[in-house]
Write a protein that binds this ligand. Structure first.
Ligand code: 5GP
Ligand code: MG
Length: 176
């Protein structure tokens, strides 16, 4: 089994990013918006490592993938409910590829006049980027030499499966 990001590495990077978030938002109250479904484990692990800051949690549920293919159309399955106006907002997503998804959510949040918006992703597949979106916190980077394969595990799925894997690997390790 060729593991791309081990459980140990994920834990280390999640803790480091949570520390950085805690220090950047020290003594402030942040509205964290998790992008479901893929980021549910990442969100749970990040927020349990936040210290010296207050936060409230909300979620937006989107669908833009069917199997391994992007439908190129972002469907809002359910919207966040908190009032965003005047608040510091931090968006947490599982993986950024073209940037379409994060661009969409960021614009949605900005239209509601927050005080600030930052984004945090578990994985950055930078070689696939089409939209210029700024990401303040990146846990893991899929370097060019790792390829641009579809990955699963730690919340990331293929047709709803593989979310419970404690590590992240390429789908082709399972499906040939
Ligand atoms: P983007 O809009 O940046 O092109 O794609 C981001 C979304 O596509 C992610 O939030 C995720 O839901 C899905 N996605 C992109 N690449 C992968 C991948 O390798 N594995 C999985 N499971 N989902 C992916
Ligand atoms: Mg996603």
């Amino acid at each position: 089994m060729n593991v791309l990001f081990s459980e140990k590495l994920i834990r280390k990077r999640v803790t480091e990013i949570a520390d950085q978030i805690s220090s950047d938002y020290k003594d402030r109250e942040v509205l964290i918006i998790g992008v479901l479904n893929g980021s549910f484990i990442f969100c749970a692990d990040i927020v349990r490592n936040l210290v010296n800051m207050k936060f409230k949690m909300d979620f937006i549920s989107l669908s833009s993938y069917s199997g391994m293919r992007s439908t190129k159309k972002i469907e809002v399955v359910s919207k966040f409910k908190e009032n965003v106006s005047g608040r510091d907002v931090l968006i947490l997503d599982d993986i950024i590829e073209t940037g379409m998804t994060l661009d969409f959510i960021t614009k949605e949040v900005i239209s509601k006049k927050p005080k600030s918006v930052r984004t945090c992703v578990l994985i950055d597949k930078r070689c696939m980027r089409k939209k210029d979106v700024s990401i303040e916190y990146v846990c893991l980077e899929m370097a060019a030499n790792m390829g641009d394969d579809f990955v699963v595990g730690y919340g990331l799925d293929y047709n709803g499966c593989f979310r419970g894997l404690p590590y992240i690997c390429k789908l082709k390790e399972f499906v040939r």
